[in-house]
Design a protein around this ligand. Structure first.
Ligand code: R5P
Length: 291
């Protein structure tokens, strides 16, 4: 077996390789001036190849995955496993207006055509209950980062209140709180545009408490920023944030910092300066199970 890595995700692939005691080789990538990608794989591939790359900023990466998977098959790989801790295009699961692409199903089918197994972490699934409904594969594996996040928080804080900023986050907040015996509460959120959210805090006494906002992803950062502003106004002692997938687009971090968030911690599902919660052991366990 071999792990194929890309330069934008090399440290994470190396950590996964170390956990699995497997060799790792890098895919050579070149972007032509017109935006096309050239992909070159090592030619001596074993039967089972793990491709490790997260799918944030997905449009180029999906094409490059297609080129990689097809070339790996031509070079003799019989089984291809994709380890993509962040899985793209999972949010659009219905056509909100006539004619809209249901991206989750289309991208899911594309990945199922290319790979034998797909392993990801906390994919953003709204209206479906299991990943194989989006990626029709027997081994469509959805992991949760609750355990590594809980372990990390326990090392950082003796006690804190965990806050989920919306209904969807309750699954993660409750699981993390349960593992380490922290209290938790869940806010409600209404989104009226990409950068417009309205958060309402639950009835809970946040005064002088350390509060950690927990979310599966931060994109524009508006959700975290608004929850933090409300918590500061409610007298919280300190406000920190943990996100599984640190997309942090544009001025997201600026907004979050301005709102008074002391620390932003995230998993290494995406390369980012806040990524300090490593997922390699979680991913390695899942790879061992499907092997
Ligand atoms: C939403 O449903 C997710 O769980 C996140 O709360 C959301 O994607 C965060 O987005 P933003 O950072 O743009 O507010």
């Amino acid at each position: 077996m071999l792990i194929l890595a890309f330069s934008d995700y090399l440290p994470q692939a190396q950590r996964l390789a170390a956990s699995l005691n497997l060799p790792v080789k890098e895919v050579f990538l070149h972007h032509f001036p017109d935006g096309e990608s050239l992909v070159r794989l090592p030619v001596d591939l074993p039967e089972h190849v793990i491709v490790c790359r997260s799918l944030n900023q997905p449009n180029d990466k999906l094409i490059e995955l297609m080129l990689t998977a097809n070339t790996a098959r031509q070079l003799g790989a019989k089984r291809l496993t994709l380890v993509a801790p962040y899985l793209c295009y999972m949010r659009q699961d219905i056509a909100n207006q006539p004619g809209e692409a249901v991206s989750q199903r289309i991208v899911g089918q594309l990945l199922a055509n290319l790979f034998d197994d797909v392993i990801t972490v906390d994919p953003h699934l709204h209206r479906i209950s299991s990943l194989d409904q989006a990626i029709p594969l027997q081994n469509a594996v959805s992991l949760t980062a609750a355990e590594p996040i809980a372990r990390f928080l326990k090392q950082q804080l003796t006690h804190a209140v965990l806050l989920g900023p919306d209904d969807e986050s309750e699954q993660w907040v409750a699981a993390i709180a349960d593992k380490i015996g922290f209290d938790y509460a869940v806010a409600t959120k209404r989104r009226s545009g990409d950068k417009n959210v309205s958060v309402t805090l639950p009835a809970f006494d946040f005064a002088d408490k350390s509060v950690v906002i927990i979310d599966d992803m931060a994109s524009t950062g508006r959700t975290l920023a608004q929850a933090a502003e409300l918590l500061m106004a409610a007298g919280a002692g300190q406000v920190c944030a943990v996100v599984t997938h640190p997309l942090f687009c544009g001025d997201a971090e600026q907004h979050i910092n301005k709102a008074g968030v002391g620390h932003i911690w995230s998993s290494d599902s995406i390369s980012h300066s806040t990524a300090c919660i490593y997922l390699n052991e979680l991913l390695a366990r899942a790879v061992r199970v499907i092997m």
